[in-house]
Design a protein around this ligand. Structure first.
Ligand code: HEC
Ligand code: HEC
Length: 450
């Protein structure tokens, strides 16, 4: 059939079957879901005392830090000497406080990357690294190795993007930023974007045994597709660690303490030493965050942050449509659900109504080899160079950037990036690729309904 005839046939088919016309269009990510942020509240069954703990936690999460705590609208104390952000809520912002990276494409709250303005806030003299852009995601940077005159050694740690040098509340501090241009030239820099904290109390309250049973389930199907999976564990007590892109952290309190110190430079009772310790840049005694029993504020900020995450409700998905319902079935059929587990159940919990609850994280909280395309060459605990925690997909519908480094804003690209030499997900992605365009569209619509 020649081209003109073919076009005529397509057009006349489309006229006769208007629905098949839309099926001929290439499938695409519908983009972040508009409408209200279906996340950010406290867990619905909490009692009033627990609700007020959540609210206090939220206030601490919103607090903006300066070095001295005396700057207008920056009442928190302890920023720097090095930092990536000045408030938890700055990075955990989309679609609302507690979420993931903000961005210009947010239907709820379009915002340029706040790290751009932060670089020079209050007179700070930082240069913007090239990987921080107004329309890109909030990022932190890790170096794969540290190069010294003696050779190169495994690193993997976060190197703060900015320092307080030049700020009006840090007179005398001359700490230089890391040499990002040099490290980029060595192909030594990898990135992480924020993960949302909604519903994480349920994850914390899930017994190790429940996670192990879930990972062992569907063994034959997993083996057939090449899916294995293993847990990251704590070197101290051997229990499963489950927070962070590599499931590297044990608890919400530990993560909060680490984030306060690593992201904002605020030393605290969980991580009491200043990073980038430079005598000329130490303006406060350590720890900078502590319980103010004198003023009746018995919780340190770190405890408040952990409460905010722990007592938050999971995101509420959109009302199912025929397309998203079909997509949910296909998500299971092609095998996405073998890693992105649709349901887990908590054990006994201290908090009202959070015991024995079945929830829908779309993650097994296990590590999987994702192959050389996603490998970041960083080891954290048992998580090796190409291993990542199955990213929980709850709230995905309103997220702007995907994968650990935020390399794409397009769901299809995020899925295709799972397929590489050495990836446990390749078998599943090959099945996904064989779906019809309209089935692929339904699966994408399902993901954007989460
Ligand atoms: C500069 C941006 C930035 C700031 C500021 C920030 N975070 Fe994060 N947050 C991240 C990134 C990036 C990750 C993922 C880190 C990783 O896994 O390596 C993350 C992950 C988390 C997680 C783990 C969630 C999960 O899915 O397991 C928690 C909890 C968290 N942050 C809490 C906080 C708290 C509390 C604060 C304030 C003290 C804070 N963050 C400030 C960027 C930020
Ligand atoms: C072998 C386990 C495995 C399978 C199978 C799998 N995934 Fe994933 N998925 C992961 C891991 C691990 C990540 C995080 C990778 C990273 O960030 O480098 C991820 C990330 C994602 C993300 C990005 C989420 C975010 O927060 O950035 C999406 C979307 C996604 N997967 C969808 C799917 C879909 C759809 C399928 C089925 C076609 C699928 N996945 C199959 C393990 C898997």
């Amino acid at each position: 059939m020649n081209r003109t005839k073919c076009m005529t046939l397509v057009v006349s088919l489309a006229l006769f079957f208007p629905f098949s016309a839309s099926r001929l269009r290439a499938q695409s990510d519908p983009g972040p879901r508009a409408g209200s942020a279906n996340a950010g509240n406290f867990y619905p069954t909490l009692n009033p005392a627990e609700q007020s703990m959540f609210t206090q936690g939220m206030q601490a999460f919103m607090e903006v830090d300066s070095v001295s705590g005396a700057m207008t609208n920056e009442g928190g104390t302890g920023l720097g000497p090095s930092f990536n952000g000045n408030s938890c809520a700055q990075c955990h912002a989309q679609p609302t406080m507690g979420g993931s990276s903000p961005g210009l494409k947010s239907p709820q709250n379009p915002l340029p990357n706040p790290q751009v303005a932060l670089a020079t806030l209050d007179g700070a003299s930082n240069h913007l690294p090239p990987f921080i852009t107004a329309d890109g995601p909030v990022r932190e940077a890790r170096f794969v190795v540290t190069v010294t005159q003696q050779g190169s050694f495994p690193d993997g740690g976060v190197h703060g993007l900015f320092t307080i040098a030049g700020r009006s509340d840090a007179t005398g501090c001359n700490l230089a930023q890391p040499d990002f241009a040099r490290e980029l030239g060595r192909n030594n820099v990898i990135f992480r974007i924020p993960t949302p904290i909604f519903g994480l109390g349920l994850v914390e309250a899930t017994p190790d045994a429940a996670l192990r049973v879930n990972l062992a389930a569907n063994a034959a199907r997993k083996a057939f597709l090449g899916i294995r999976g293993s847990f990251n564990t704590s070197g101290n007590d051997g229990t499963i660690t489950r927070f962070g892109w590599k499931a590297q952290n044990k608890s919400l309190l530990v993560f909060s303490g680490e984030a306060y110190n690593v992201e904002q430079g605020v030393s605290n009772e969980v991580f009491p030493s200043e990073r980038a310790a430079d005598p000329g840049c130490a303006f406060n005694p350590s720890p900078e965050d502590f319980p103010h029993i004198d003023t009746g504020e018995a919780n340190a900020d770190v405890q408040a942050f952990a409460n905010f995450a722990r007592l938050s409700a999971p995101p509420t998905p959109a009302t199912p449509t025929p397309s998203s319902t079909n997509g949910a079935g296909l998500f299971d059929k092609v095998g996405c659900s073998l890693c992105h587990s649709p349901a887990l159940t908590t054990g006994p919990s201290r908090y009202t109504g959070m015991s024995n609850v079945t929830y829908n994280p779309y993650s097994d909280f296990a590590l999987h080899h994702m192959g050389f395309g996603l490998a970041d060459r960083v080891t954290q605990g048992a998580a090796g160079a190409d291993q990542f925690r199955t990213a929980p997909l709850w709230g995905l519908g309103q997220r702007l950037f995907f994968l650990h480094d935020g390399r794409t804003a397009d769901l299809l690209q995020a899925i295709r990036a799972h397929d590489a030499r050495g990836s446990e997900a390749s078998g599943v992605v090959h099945q996904f690729n064989r779906l019809s365009p309209s089935d692929i569209q339904d699966l994408l619509n399902f993901l954007r309904s989460l």
